[in-house]
Design a protein around this ligand. Structure first.
Ligand SMILES: *Cc1c(COP(=O)(O)O)cnc(C)c1O
Length: 390
């Protein structure tokens, strides 16, 4: 009997499943997967309950309920000055994950090259492979994880049709600078590339503001901007995401989306429509709270003796485990739950292994700080045992 299709070759089981399982079997504190351990605003949870009670429980329109598409358009204007038509330039998806998958399936042909920033969110590589394309990594390297613009330009081939951008960037926490964005835009325009821009951490920045690449001159017509309610509002289980962009690209995405899920959870769409209209103070205080958690975790990781790279955005901090004498982040993360009772994620799984066996993320490890202070403090107390004599 056939085991699996060739399009799944080499994709294996996502690292998050493996590490979540380890967290459960060892009772470890899970700083692996990026989900908050406190829900978003009660008024928005109440809005979801109200939507169910009011009978919003059947299929929504494929592109999303009008109230949510309008709220997304208002949000893009309020925060970014992006003007989008809620009827033709907005589509609601089952999380950002489906938006990315549908964008790739709707725009990438077998044999196409697609540029991705490495380390890459693992679904990019998987869906590009499922579409028959080839991902071409451009590596953000420690210590500052800046975009190597010349390498990006050099990675373009005659078969390159798209670039999957991600800023604020998971896992490094980098926020692309205006100069980096301009360089990406120039390359995209010169080579007629579509930009699929994953901006799920758009509101989670700690200083350098996030700028959507679609706001740069000449970019609105070639960019799909993707985001989601999961990270912004702490409802990662609701899986309500969206894409905005020019009608022709949104149609291509929807052309694929309609045959993946057709439509996405109706009552949650009603609730997210309300969430998007929360006042600016909601957005800024959430980011401020996260910044405090970032500082708490980063200071503690530094005290343990790890090399800490303080992120400019996202839920995640990165450390180098080499200063503590560990040569491999994956081995470190596999042993850590048993050893001290903490789960983290190795960067190397978000990189391609090089032909010579090397990996730019070999000793880097990612830690989530979107957790209650007590949880972060407990994790740090456990990690201090790392340097206990064995
Ligand atoms: C969490 C995450 C997603 C997935 O978003 P969903 O809305 O849960 O599908 C996509 N991209 C990045 C970079 C993420 O960190």
């Amino acid at each position: 009997m056939k085991q699996h299709s060739a399009r799944l070759d080499g994709l294996g089981v996502t690292i998050f499943a493996e590490m979540a399982q380890l967290a459960v079997t060892t009772g470890a504190v899970n700083l692996g997967q990026g989900f908050p351990d406190e829900d978003g605003p009660e008024e928005i949870r109440e809005a979801a309950r109200r939507a169910i009670t009011a009978g919003h429980n059947q299929y929504a329109p494929g592109t999303g309920i009008p109230a949510l598409r309008e709220a997304i358009a208002r949000h893009q204007w309020r925060f970014h000055g992006l003007e989008v038509d809620p009827d033709t330039e907005v589509v609601v998806t089952t999380g950002a994950t489906e938006a990315i998958a549908a964008a790739v399936l709707g725009l990438v042909d077998p044999g196409d090259d697609v540029l991705v920033l490495e380390p890459y969110y693992d679904s990019y590589r998987a869906v590009i492979q499922m579409a028959g394309g080839r991902h071409r990594p451009v590596t953000l390297r420690a210590p500052d994880f800046r975009l190597p613009v010349d390498e990006l330009r050099a990675a373009v081939t005659p078969r390159t049709t798209a670039i999957v951008l991600n800023t604020p960037h998971n896992p490094t926490g980098s926020v692309l600078t205006p100069d980096e964005l301009s360089a990406v835009a120039a390359i995209a325009i010169e080579h007629e590339l579509v930009v699929i821009s994953d901006e799920v951490y758009e509101h989670l920045t700690f200083g350098r503001p996030h700028v959507p690449i679609a706001t740069l001159p000449g970019m609105a017509e070639r960019t799909l901007t993707i985001s989601s309610a999961g990270k912004t509002f702490s409802f990662t289980g609701w899986k309500v995401g969206w894409a905005t962009g020019p009608a022709h690209l949104v149609s291509a995405l929807f052309g694929a989306k309609q045959f993946l899920s057709y439509t996405s959870g109706t009552p949650f769409q009603h609730a997210v429509a309300e969430a998007l209209d929360l006042p600016d103070s909601f957005y800024s205080s959430f980011a401020d709270g996260l910044r405090r958690k970032r500082d708490l975790l980063c200071a503690g990781l530094g005290d343990v003796g790890l090399g800490v790279f303080v992120p400019e955005g996202t839920y995640f901090a990165t450390t180098d485990v080499a200063p503590l004498g560990f040569a491999d982040g994956l081995e470190f993360c596999r042993a850590l739950p048993q050893r001290v009772g903490v789960v983290a994620i190795p960067h190397q799984v978000f990189h391609d292994d090089r032909p010579d066996g090397s990996n730019p993320g070999r000793t880097l490890v990612r830690w989530a700080f979107c957790k209650r202070d007590e949880v972060l403090e407990e994790a740090l107390a456990r990690l201090r045992r790392l340097t206990d004599p064995v």
